[in-house]
Write a protein that binds this ligand. Structure first.
Ligand code: SF4
Length: 140
């Protein structure tokens, strides 16, 4: 079997710049369990959470973005996520997404945008495989 290009592991530590929470529009997928957890965290009914904070413009349920591309939960004054403790798995797994791990080119392209990639903590291949296995929205 051919080893993936990241078979020696990768480096990543989030620097908290918030760039991945803003910029180009994109889906922020939600599972049913996350839908419940986030609405509970916000103290609102699930249907209200869906109508006020979600969209289906990408197909499945996704967190909505503001007109400028920022996630609705992004707080510009602090660069922080307003639902950080209960943020979706998609956000927790970044940048270990199948689409970015697919090729070094994809990874490096994203790294030119995210200053946390290719520096900081060493992430071993087994840990990367574990993250890939958790990914609810894409498969490599
Ligand atoms: S762009 Fe990278 S370094 Fe900045 S907040 Fe997102 S993951 Fe962290």
């Amino acid at each position: 079997m051919v080893e993936p290009w990241w078979s020696d592991g990768l480096f990543f530590s989030c620097l908290g710049c918030g760039r991945c929470c803003r910029g180009e529009p994109g889906a922020i997928w939600l599972t049913r369990a996350e839908e419940k957890i986030i609405s509970q965290y916000l103290g609102i009914a699930e249907d209200l959470f869906i109508s006020d904070f979600c969209t289906r413009k990408w197909g499945n349920l996704s967190i909505r973005e503001k007109i400028n591309g920022e996630c609705v939960f992004y707080q510009p004054s602090s660069n922080k996520c307003g639902i950080y403790e209960v943020r979706p798995l998609q956000c927790r797994l970044f940048p270990f997404w199948p689409s970015l791990l697919y090729s070094r080119k994809n990874w490096e392209k994203q790294a030119s945008f995210c200053p946390g990639m290719n520096q900081g903590q060493y992430i071993a291949p087994d840990e990367i495989r574990k993250k890939l296995g958790l990914c609810p929205f894409q498969k490599l």
